[in-house]
Write a protein that binds this ligand. Structure first.
Ligand code: ADP
Length: 397
C-alpha cells in the first residue's frame, strides 16, 4: 500500500488528489485557487466533507504548505512521512519523453527547454515541483506528460508541410495534448471491448479544451491538437483550426498585432465567439432549446467539426470498434453527442440508443444499440489516476 499525491499546478492554481494505491481510492482531493492574488481560495474534500478557506496565498510555496498542514491538521494523515511519492502533471515533454519519468535535476533541465513550447503551463508545473521538493525533500517525484501518449504518432501525422528545417531547428511539429485522458479512456474502452488482441478506438475528449485521438491497439496514431492546444476542433473559447492567412488579414483590418489575434483565437472564439452567448455548453444548450439561431449554429458547427475528425480517424484506423465520449461536455451533453452521431451515422452504420444517450448515469457505459457497427461509449475521464498509476509503476511502490 502506498499514498501517492497527484498534483496539477497551474500558473495561479494547484489541484491535488491523494490516492491510496493500488486500490486507487481517493483519500482527499482539493484545489488552491487565485495564488498570488489578494483573495486566495483553498478547498479540500475528504470523508464527504468540504472545507473552504479564504485567505491571501502569496505563492505556490504557501499553497503547498497550506495543503500539507491541512493533511495533518485535519487528521487525513498522521504525519507527512506517510506520503510515499508525488506525481506531477507536466504539460510538455517535447520529443524527449514518450513515457513518464522519475524527476532528477537532469530531467528538470531537459523539461525546462520545452518551456517556450508551453509558456503558460510548463513553468507553472515546474514551480509546483520546486514547492513540493522544498516542503518534502525526501519524497520522490514523477513527471507525467500530456504529450507523452502521442509520441507514437508517425512522421506523416505529426509533421506540418513546412520547410523541414523548422522541425529540426525549431521543433515545429504536432505534439498533441490531454495525453493522460486519451490514454486512460482508451485503456477503459479496450477493457469494455473485452480486451481483444487488436482494437481501434476514437476518443473524443470534449471539455473546455477539447481534442480527439485515434488509438490503435492502445497506441496513439493521430490526434487533433497540434504544436499548441489551439489546433483541432472548436472549443469553449478556442477556434481550433483556421486558415493561417486569416491572421495577417485580421491584423490589417483590426490594426492589431499577431499576439492580439492569437488572443482572439484562444480566448474569444469557439463556442463563445460563434454564439456571442457563452463558452459553456450548458448555456448554449439552454439557448438552443429556446430556438436561439446563433446557439443552433454554434451547436451544428461544433458537431460538424467533431464529426469530421471522427470520419478522418475512421479512415486512418481502417475502421473503429469504439467511439468514446469523455470530459465535461462529452460526458454530459446528450444533444451534442446526438448531433455528432447524426452527422456520421449513415456512413458508419452507427445506431445510437437515444434513451441510453439521454439517461443521466455515472460510470462507464455503452449508449449504442446492439446492431450498431461501432460501439458508442461514455467513459468519465480520470487524468489524476493515470498520474498516480505511473508514479507507482516507475517508483515500484
Ligand atoms: P476542462 O477540464 O477542460 O476545464 P471540463 O472537462 O471540466 O473542462 O469541461 C467543462 C465543460 O463541460 C464546461 O464548460 C461545459 O461546457 C461542459 N459541461 C459540464 N457539465 C455539463 C452538462 N451537464 N451539460 C453540458 N455540458 C456540460
Amino acid at each position: 500500500m502506498a499514498k501517492v499525491l497527484a498534483v496539477n499546478a497551474g500558473s495561479s492554481s494547484l489541484k491535488f488528489q491523494l490516492f491510496d494505491m493500488p486500490s486507487e481510492e481517493v483519500i482527499t482531493s482539493g484545489l488552491v485557487e487565485k495564488i498570488g492574488l489578494d483573495e486566495g481560495i483553498f478547498t479540500i474534500k475528504y470523508n464527504d466533507q468540504k472545507k473552504v478557506l479564504n485567505q491571501e496565498i502569496k505563492d505556490h510555496q504557501v499553497a503547498v504548505e497550506l495543503l500539507l498542514n491541512a493533511l495533518v491538521n485535519e487528521g487525513i494523515v498522521e504525519s507527512l512521512e506517510e506520503i510515499d511519492a508525488i506525481g506531477h502533471r507536466m504539460v510538455h515533454g517535447g520529443e524527449a519523453y514518450s513515457e513518464s519519468v522519475i524527476v532528477s535535476e537532469e530531467v528538470v533541465e531537459t523539461v525546462t527547454q520545452f518551456n517556450e513550447l508551453a509558456p503558460l503551463h510548463n513553468p507553472a508545473n515546474l514551480i509546483g515541483l520546486r514547492a513540493f521538493q522544498k516542503a518534502l525533500p525526501n519524497v520522490q517525484n514523477v513527471f507525467v506528460f500530456d504529450t507523452a501518449f502521442h509520441q507514437t504518432m508517425k512522421e506523416e501525422n505529426y509533421l506540418y508541410a513546412l520547410p523541414y528545417e523548422y522541425y529540426t531547428d525549431y521543433k515545429v511539429r504536432k505534439y498533441g495534448f490531454h495525453g493522460q485522458s486519451h490514454q486512460y479512456v482508451s485503456i477503459e474502452a479496450i477493457k469494455m471491448l473485452g480486451n481483444p488482441d487488436t482494437s481501434k478506438v476514437i476518443v473524443c475528449h470534449l471539455g473546455n479544451g477539447a481534442s480527439i485521438s485515434a488509438v490503435k491497439d492502445g497506441k496513439c496514431v493521430d490526434t487533433s491538437m497540434g504544436f499548441t492546444p489551439l489546433e483541432g476542433i472548436m472549443m469553449g473559447t478556442r477556434s481550433g483550426e483556421v486558415d493561417p492567412s486569416i491572421m495577417p488579414y485580421l491584423m490589417k483590418k483590426l490594426d492589431c498585432s499577431a499576439d492580439d489575434i492569437l488572443d482572439i483565437y484562444n480566448k474569444k472564439s469557439g463556442m463563445l465567439g460563434v454564439s456571442g452567448i457563452s463558452s459553456d455548453a450548458r448555456d448554449i444548450e439552454a439557448a438552443y432549446n429556446q430556438g436561439d439561431k446563433r446557439a443552433i449554429l454554434t451547436s451544428k458547427l461544433y458537431a460538424r467539426r467533431v464529426s469530421k475528425y471522427i470520419s478522418q480517424y475512421y479512415g486512418e484506423l481502417g475502421g473503429c470498434d469504439a467511439l468514446v465520449f469523455t470530459a465535461g461536455l462529452g460526458e454530459n451533453s446528450a444533444y451534442l453527442r446526438k448531433m455528432i452521431i447524426d452527422d456520421i451515422k449513415e456512413a458508419f452504420d452507427i445506431v445510437l440508443d437515444e434513451d441510453l444517450n439521454k439517461k443521466r448515469e455515472s460510470g462507464n457505459r455503452v449508449i449504442s444499440k446492439e446492431e450498431s457497427k461501432i460501439k458508442v461509449m461514455i467513459i468519465p475521464t480520470n487524468e489524476e489516476v493515470m498520474i498516480a498509476r505511473d508514479t507507482v509503476r516507475l517508483l515500484k511502490l
